[in-house]
Design a protein around this ligand. Structure first.
Ligand SMILES: Cc1cc2nc3c(=O)[nH]c(=O)nc-3n(C[C@H](O)[C@H](O)[C@H](O)COP(=O)(O)O)c2cc1C
Length: 381
């Protein structure tokens, strides 16, 4: 392919270069994938107002997310198994994010560990936490995050029980993977990926193996993760984690105004309107459809962040116009990573930055912090 110009170009390249079981793991949603698709398609129904003959010089995209300066209001979302899209994937993505001046969020279920990112990137990053039944492990993980210089904790609330993705089952994606014959044959067609993997020691869940009681290798990890996600997670646990952490806290996975109300009362700094990229409750609203009611419910009491379906700068600006203060991208950067490693994540961020900048200008604005409902057809400021 000539140089990738869109996130879709990066997706096509990633599909060519990443083994099928890991590409499918990223590019899929729960059950019928209806919510996964709606996350993207619902953006298309929102129309921007084109403005002319307004001064568009000296534009700026700089903003803040949870009080921290960002070069544009776009962060990399936490994604599990990122080091399987490309060898050392989390380190490469964190480097690209740091060069672009945007936050990188490491998942609990990452391949590279908290310490790997701290040692190999050397810039502050964010960490996403899943609450496991083993609360000692969680307490130690929070301490490790502090030791690694993490500047915001993202607590995910929408995955205490796993939504099912059919492709993962068909592909034998588990820990350790039990790939089908077809997937083993597929590996042979991805020499670049295989060489990268042979060259790195990081091929397991770096935050967990060797740290959780009874998890020393991949086979013990499998049973540990299966039973560790805690379906009893409650708002009391949110308070426990808030006190233990003591720093900036972001609650991820809010899709309903009643839960947004609980989040606002919890004292956390921000919430992320998210349906986990359509990977959990199939049949739920798309994130962009859910956003306005949550913004209204919260009424400025905490920062509202957003993810789900963002594939362009136009999508970013639409989320901002509907009241998000900042956004996260998941698959968009994973496609870049799978396609071209660190350079691909940089390319993804460049594409989104350029689209955001030009779109903002054509909507008649010069400062991303001024984006509001007035740029939407039928919207209010
Ligand atoms: C492959 C993949 C793995 C993910 N793993 C996690 C995770 O470990 N923790 C988490 O909070 N969210 C996880 N998510 C959800 C993302 O953080 C984010 O909510 C979602 O990707 C946003 O939608 P988008 O991919 O359409 O941008 C994952 C998403 C994907 C695509």
């Amino acid at each position: 392919m000539a140089q990738p110009l869109t996130i879709e170009d990066l997706r096509i390249l990633a599909k060519r270069r990443v083994p099928r079981m890991f590409y499918d793991y990223a590019d899929s949603g729960a059950w019928t994938e209806g919510t996964y698709r709606a996350n993207e398609t619902d953006f298309a129904g929102i129309k921007l107002r084109q403005r002319v003959a307004v001064d568009m010089t000296n534009r700026t995209l700089t903003s803040t997310m949870v009080g921290q300066p960002v070069a544009m209001p776009v962060a990399l979302a936490p994604t599990g198994l990122t080091g399987m899209q490309h060898a050392d994937g989390e380190i490469l993505a964190a480097r690209a994010a740091s060069k672009a001046g945007v936050p990188f969020t490491l998942s609990t279920m990452s391949i590279c560990s908290l310490e790997d990112i701290a040692n190999h990137v050397g810039k502050p990053f964010w960490f996403q936490l899943y609450v496991m039944k083993d609360r000692d492990f969680i307490a130690r993980l929070i301490q490790r995050a502090k030791g690694a210089g993490v500047t915001a904790l993202v607590l995910t609330l929408d995955l205490q029980i796993l939504g099912q993705r059919h492709k993962d089952i068909r592909n034998g994606l588990s820990a350790p993977p039990k790939p089908t014959i077809a997937n083993l044959i597929n590996l042979v067609t991805k020499p670049r990926w295989c060489l990268g993997m042979l060259d790195t020691p990081r091929r397991s869940f770096g935050n967990i193996v060797g740290h959780a009681k009874g998890v020393g290798d991949l086979s013990s990890l499998s049973s540990w993760t299966a039973e560790q996600f805690d379906p009893a997670l409650s708002w009391d646990d949110v308070k426990w984690i808030k006190d233990l952490w003591g720093g900036k806290l972001i609650l991820k996975g809010i899709l309903d105004p009643e839960d947004a109300e609980m989040a606002a009362k919890s004292g956390a700094d921000a919430l992320i309107v998210s349906n986990h990229g359509g990977r959990q409750l199939d049949g739920a609203l798309s994130s962009i459809a859910a956003l306005p009611a949550i913004v209204e419910q919260v009424g400025g009491r905490m920062e509202i962040l957003f993810d789900g379906g963002i594939r362009s700068g136009q999508d970013v600006i639409k989320a901002l116009a509907l009241g998000a203060h900042g956004t996260f991208i998941g698959r968009a950067f994973l496609y870049g990573l799978g396609a071209m490693g660190e350079e691909g994540v940089t390319r993804c961020l460049d594409i989104i930055r350029k689209e955001l900048d030009i779109t903002m200008a054509l909507c008649g604005l010069r400062d991303v912090r001024d984006v509001d409902g007035r740029i939407l057809v039928g919207g209010k400021g």
